[in-house]
Structures are given as structure tokens and as C-alpha cells.
Design a protein around this ligand. Sequence first.
Ligand SMILES: Cc1ncc(COP(=O)(O)O)c(C=O)c1O
Length: 324
Amino acid sequence: MLTSDMFSLQLRDFEEVRARIAPHIKHTPLLTSRQLSERTGFEVRLKAEMFQRVGSYKIRGPLNKFALMPEEQKKRGVVCSSAGNHAQGMALAAKIHGMRAVVCMAENATPAKIAATRGYGAEVVLHGTIWDEANEKAKELVRDEGLTYVHPFDDEQLIAGQGTLGLELVQDWPEMDAVIVPIGGGGLISGVSMAVKSFNPKIRVIGVESSDGPAMQKSIESGRLETIDCRTIIDGLRVRRAGEINFSVVQRFVDEIVSLPDREIFDAMIWIMERCKLVVEGAAAAPVAALLNGIVKLPEGSRVAVVLSGGNVNLDQLRGLTWN
Ligand SMILES: Cc1ncc(COP(=O)(O)O)c(C=O)c1O
């Protein structure tokens, strides 16, 4: 059996996973960006994953996991705790597979997110006021109702699904020199880095975190998983501790992690709306922020793919900006 230390997937593994989930997902476009290219001196292309079903890459992993799940487990259903994209991805994937899905959220979760998750067919259980308490409820449902817990990032089948985004990248732009990917718990970059590196080990994989909560960067620096004091308010990037499998994959396949404050990431979100006419959420704006702030160092003219991982913007965060 593979231990997490050895977990590694090749391009053909991702091709297999993609064939499995292809009927239910979109192959999202890779857009050119004159604005970002001129600004940075690189040739920049944007992986427009906010056009994915559920508005982010988060449906890819659960679709793979559920396709591989034993029937008897599928009959009992699945549970997760999330107020964000994982909830919606899991809810729609479970619906596609005809399974029961329960999502535990804190009682103060945004009503729009509760409605969206219910809209995809999941049962929403409200419990506690923070994620940890909602997560306790999810664990209780595993014990009491035999539901299978679906972790948002620390899961091999989930990582394999998320990595199909990397496969699409190398198919659409085999000449690329680098890819920039946002990091929360590390699920997305785990899959993307393995896909890209197994295609061409010379492609540089760069992760981006908020410096208000750089859980993975701190762990890589110290050589072991660190639990940090996380202050970022960007929900896709907000974890106190990265995943174990994710940490091991990032150690082996990611070349560099850069970080910058929430403020600069939010500025990049607005910049993308204004200049590229695209709506992306904070987590997805992080790689663009890294480019705009000059913290990605590559030779001039490098071909750089940027993963715009989702577009589920909390519109409350935009209110208060001046309209005219
Ligand atoms: C839009 C978006 N981008 C990036 C991330 C970070 O992904 P991961 O936790 O797999 O590192 C998330 C996580 O929720 C997300 O929702």
C-alpha cells in the first residue's frame, strides 16, 4: 500500500480520472490576457475555472471519489462541513451520483451559500458558530448515520479529480513554462502539480497563499506540518493547517510558494473585473495578485498559466465600494 509519503500520480492516471468524470464537467477555457502580459512581461494565460459547474474546480474531486465508492457506502450517503465551494461541489456531485449528501455549516453561514447548497440538492444542517463546531456535527453524523466523511483537500481520490485541471492545462498549452495556483489546504495544487510535472518536470509550479494565513509556506519552511494562527478572511485560502497528503505532495512537486496580504489580493480581484472583465473570488485572484505585485520571478517572455480557481464572490464584500 502507498503511504502518503509516496502518493504520486502520473499523467495517464489523470487521463483515466478525466474520462471518468468528463460527462459531468466542462473543459474550461484558457484565455489569453494582453493586459496581464503587457504588465508583467510574461505571456500570461488564464485558466477560467470560474466557468466550471458550481463556479469552481471543487466538483472535479468529489465526482471522482463518488464514481469509485462502493455501492453499499454510496447508499448510506456522504457528509462534509463547509460553507464554501466544497459544499457546493460535493452537493452537485452527490446529486449526479444519486446519493444523499449532508452539509454541516455554522449557524451564521451566509444565507446565499446555504440556499446555493440546498439548491444543488444537499441537506444543510446548521450547528455551532464556527467551522470546528460544524465539523464536530459532521463527525457525529458519520458515527450515528454511517455517512462517509468527505474531506475538502486531504484525500487521494479528491486530489486526483482536482488534478484533471492540470491535465487540461498541459493539453491546451504544452509549451507553458510555469503555472501559478492558489493554496488553501493544498488539494488543488497537489493534483495540478503532479499532472503538470509528470507531463514535463521543467514546468515551474508556484503556489500562492495569503500572508495573513500561510499554513503551507510555514510548514514547508520548517519541514513539518504547522498549525498557524490564520487571519485571512479569504475563505478559499483560510486554513489553520494544511493536509498531510497535500504537504507531502507539495514538498515533492511544488517549486515555490509566495504570499501576499489579503488587501493586495482584494485589489487584484477588482483589477481583474476592471481589466479582464472576469468575476473571480479572492482565492482565485491570489495568483494574479502575485503577478501584479512582481513577486513571481521568471525570465522575461515566460509562458505563464494562472489558475482562476473559482468565481463565487461574496458580494457583500464588494458592497461599500464606490459605484461612480
Ligand atoms: C476558489 C478556490 N480556490 C482555491 C482554493 C484552495 O484550494 P485547496 O484547499 O485545495 O488548496 C479553494 C478552496 O476552497 C477555493 O474555493
